[in-house]
Design a protein around this ligand. Structure first.
Ligand code: HEM
Length: 498
């Protein structure tokens, strides 16, 4: 009762009423200038009434359909003030040619600002340039990739394989692979970024306080983007109620833990450590800034990896011939019953590299990504973009467009990436899965090492079958694609001496 009373009083406070009125007028004017809230065109009507869901399983499938049938490969959702494109020329234009006119923008950085602070993922301009330069210096070092290789293989051997083996021994050996991959990627990225091991993949499958708070903060921050208007979450934040109260608490737990790790490192000495935080500590003194930088890497490198692995194993379960070809190649390059021993060996597995790329072509972990246009502009396909509106490129739709990938674009065919058995990368603007241009994903090479090491290891040791075979995946809304209901599988050991 006491809580309700104070809530109500806050609501009636004249300052609050004035602020709320100010926000409402501002929001109303903003809507009139940038959006068309009254639009009743076919697309907007279908969006507002969700009638698209009668025909399509996922929103991204509906967008893919619209983009495929649009002559220029671009559409408008007027009510959202969003121009969505699957046209590679437009993608190159916004991500490279006129990079400065398409920053992430304030609306995005406000949504993730409380969680990510001034970290690389959430800033533009000089703050971004500084961290990018530092990141480029570190990520281009061979020592960084081999450190990631070391961590990932340790996590595979000491936790992942024993966990799957113990499940395989049971009568009804069912496991949610999506959950396993999330734990795996959280342990790996925490060790890589902080030098801290949350041990989420231990056999009892515990959830550390840090992991729980991190999950909650990512989920609640993503939900801000889904409210009808930013005003909703901003008012809730001001009043510290509901999801915003929970978000504040989760962020506070993350901050306490992150600060503790930073202090410990300063005390113990960090110069000989190989993790990202130790590498950045030499250049950055401000503790909050250090925290922001590292939390961004955690967010960037956790769910993306889990998402890529989940859809890859879903595809492999539906295409056993691809799994067999990966095993055959591994036996030829590494040797039958021989363990992968070096990062160099991994580079020789061209078919595996092709299969991982092909999987993300159809199921990119980040299905779409938006920027905000700074000044009025015209895209290469002649579409006008008004200043202050959103422009979105859509890798998920692009993977399904015949003009880009040919008439067999809907098929899972790793062979399309190979020329005479050698992997051949695609133009990054027609495959912007890792984004492209100056802001291309910093962790791309590390991600590929992680994806290849893990899939190779599981494919050579286990038979993995879907518990409930499905025609298409159903996705949950969020910053990164995830399967609704997880990925329940049946696991059996293969005959191997690995
Ligand atoms: C399959 C896995 C991954 C995919 C598909 C992926 C994809 C992407 C995409 C699309 C972006 C651009 C996002 C945006 O600007 O809104 C991005 C940025 C970034 N990624 Fe990744 N990523 C992956 C894994 C990783 C990993 C493992 C790390 C770190 C070890 C990482 C670090 C980053 C960073 C730091 C940025 C920000 C770059 C900048 O703004 O300059 N990523 N990634």
């Amino acid at each position: 009762m006491e809580l309700e009373g104070s809530w109500f009083l806050q609501f009636l406070h004249p300052c609050f009423c004035f602020l709320a009125l100010f926000f409402l007028i501002f929001f109303f004017l903003h809507c009139l200038v940038t959006l068309k809230p009254w639009c009743n065109c076919e697309i907007c009507h279908s969006f507002l009434t969700s009638s698209w869901s009668k025909q399509f399983d996922n929103l991204c499938d509906w967008y893919a359909h619209l983009l495929k049938t649009s002559p220029s490969g671009t559409i408008h959702i007027h009510v959202l003030g969003n121009t969505i494109t699957a046209n590679p020329d437009n993608v190159e234009y916004m991500l490279k040619t006129r990079f400065d006119n398409y920053p992430k923008g304030k609306p995005f950085s406000m949504i993730l600002g409380d969680f990510l602070g001034r970290g690389i993922f959430n800033v533009d301009g000089d703050l971004w340039k500084f961290q990018r330069k530092m990141g480029n210096l570190e990520f281009n070092k061979y020592s960084m990739i081999s450190y990631a290789f070391e961590i990932v293989n340790c996590e595979i051997k000491s936790r992942l394989v024993p966990l799957l083996s113990s499940t395989a021994g049971k009568e009804d050996g069912v496991l949610d692979l999506q959950d396993v991959f999330r734990r795996f990627s959280f342990d790996s990225i925490c060790r890589f970024s902080f030098g801290l091991d949350p041990m989420c993949l231990e056999s009892s499958l515990p959830m550390s306080e840090f992991a729980v708070s991190f999950d909650l903060a990512s989920k609640l921050s993503a939900e801000r983007a889904m409210t009808a208007s930013p005003l909703v979450w901003k008012i809730k934040r001001m009043l510290n109620i509901g999801s915003e109260k929970k978000l504040r608490e989760a962020i506070s737990t993350i901050n306490i833990l992150a600060q503790e790790v930073i202090r410990q490192k300063r005390k113990m000495g960090f110069t000989t450590h190989k993790d990202l935080l130790s590498r950045f500590m030499g250049t950055v003194i401000d503790e909050t800034y250090l925290r922001d930088i590292v939390i961004c890497f955690l967010l960037a490198g956790r769910d993306t990896i889990a998402s890529a692995l989940t859809s890859f194993f879903w595809l492999l379960a539906n295409h056993p011939d691809v799994g067999s070809a990966i095993r055959l190649e591994a036996d030829r390059v590494i040797g039958a019953n021989q363990e992968l021993s070096s990062f160099e060996q991994l580079r020789e597995l061209h078919y595996l590299q092709a299969a991982v790329h092909e999987s993300m072509r159809l199921y990119p972990p980040i299905q779409f990504d938006s920027k905000f246009c700074q000044e009025d502009d015209v895209l290469p396909d002649g579409i006008f973009v008004r200043r202050g509106t959103r422009v979105t490129y859509h890798p998920y739709a692009m993977g399904r467009i015949e003009e880009i990938w040919g008439p067999d674009c809907l098929e899972f065919k790793p062979g399309r990436w190979l020329k005479d058995g050698v992997f051949f990368p695609a133009n990054p603007f027609k495959y912007p899965v890792f984004q492209a241009g100056p802001r291309v994903c910093l962790g791309k090479e590390i991600a590929l090492v992680e994806l290849k090491c893990l899939s190779l290891s599981l494919l050579r040791r286990f038979h993995i079958e879907l518990k409930t075979p499905s025609r298409t995946p159903l996705f949950s809304p969020g910053l990164t694609a995830s399967f609704r209901g997880g990925l329940p599988v049946l696991v059996r050991e293969r005959e191997t001496t690995l």
